[in-house]
Unconditional design. Structure first.
Length: 334
């Protein structure tokens, strides 16, 4: 009887498993893959003719962090770094006449929101190229902060935006620890060195300290909105900036956004503004990231735990027992 070697048995088992699963491929294609990780341009819309003008669509999605995105294996991208890389690519390309900043974010850390905001402002000033914000599901708190850096703000009719304000969330488990007989003493150089620790209740003095920080950051948010929305007075912005969210219709009526429409409407408005007869709409991606059109985007980090309806929010680095974070973030119930 003919015997199969170890390699032969492996091939037979592999083919058997595929056959049982009912997913026998038509063939196997071996394709060389480049290890170059630089962003590459991909055309998602090409209008008739041979247009040389381009409009770049750049995404601002998920929780805005000034840190690498968490992943199961290794670390993901740094969202601020990737955004800057895309803006630089659009800036160097003389054929890119405008940018659509597609925002789908409930916000994030104060610093990350500020970094993204200033990079967009810098891009507009250095290039003269218009940037339109296109809000998707949610563009709240830090997401709205970023939108205020753009020439115009567009939103879908179903978009939720606003939530102008700051939150610093703390955890106090001292009562539970007392019940189970545990303690976590800290040796400090001053009475406020461990302010915000989850292992002790916050004093009124410490609460006042953190409130002054939140108030100071709130003033920065109000200044950004007042600057980005010249039709609104500072007094009106303060009236609107109580932390609540608004529907797109409410935001339009209040002057927080400019238009309600689709991304195609925003593209048409940009063409008119730049005088382009026809354009190519492009995105920037890493090699092996496939985007068939401008609605497609890379999936969120596996353990980011973000739900766009904000029922669930569990982001390493922004929650937990670590360092308290000051956030431009809409996270009700968290």
């Amino acid at each position: 009887m003919r015997r199969h070697g170890t390699g032969g048995r492996a091939w037979i088992c592999g083919l058997g498993m595929i056959a049982v699963a009912g997913c026998m491929p038509d063939g196997i294609l071996l394709t060389p893959v480049s290890t170059n990780r630089e962003l590459v341009e991909e055309t998602v819309i090409r209008e008739r003719g041979l247009p040389s003008d381009k409009i770049a669509v750049i995404d601002v999605t998920g929780i805005l962090m000034n840190a690498y995105e968490p992943q199961f294996f290794g670390q993901g991208e740094h969202p601020v770094s990737r955004l800057l890389e895309q803006l630089d690519k659009a800036e160097r390309d003389g054929n890119v006449v405008a940018v659509v900043l597609r925002i789908n974010s409930p916000g994030g850390s104060v610093t990350a929101s500020e970094l993204v905001y200033h990079e967009i402002v810098r891009f507009r000033k250095s290039t003269g190229k218009p940037v339109f914000a296109m809000m998707m599901d949610v563009a709240a708190s830090g997401g709205y902060y970023v939108a205020c850096a753009c020439d115009e703000i567009w939103a879908y009719n179903s978009t939720v935006t606003g939530s102008i304000g700051v939150i610093a969330q703390f955890l106090d488990v001292s009562g539970t620890m007392q019940k189970i007989g545990m303690d976590a003493p800290a040796i400090t150089s001053g009475p406020n060195k461990d302010a915000g620790s989850p292992f002790k209740s916050m004093t009124s003095e410490q609460r006042a300290i953190f409130q002054t920080i939140v108030d100071d950051m709130y003033e920065g948010f109000v200044a950004v909105v007042t600057s980005g929305r010249p039709g609104l007075t500072e007094e009106k912005v303060r009236e609107l900036a109580d932390g609540r969210v608004y529907t797109a219709g409410q935001a339009l009526e209040l002057g927080l956004i400019d238009h309600i429409g689709t991304i195609r409407d925003a593209l048409a408005a940009l063409k008119q503004r730049t005088g382009s007869k026809a354009v190519r709409v492009v995105t920037y991606r890493r090699p092996l990231e496939y985007r068939p059109n401008y609605y497609a985007q890379a999936p969120a980090a596996p353990n980011a735990g973000v739900d766009l309806n904000l029922i669930k929010l569990d982001v390493p680095g922004l929650t937990g027992l670590g360092t308290p974070q000051f956030l431009y973030l809409w996270a009700p119930g968290h």
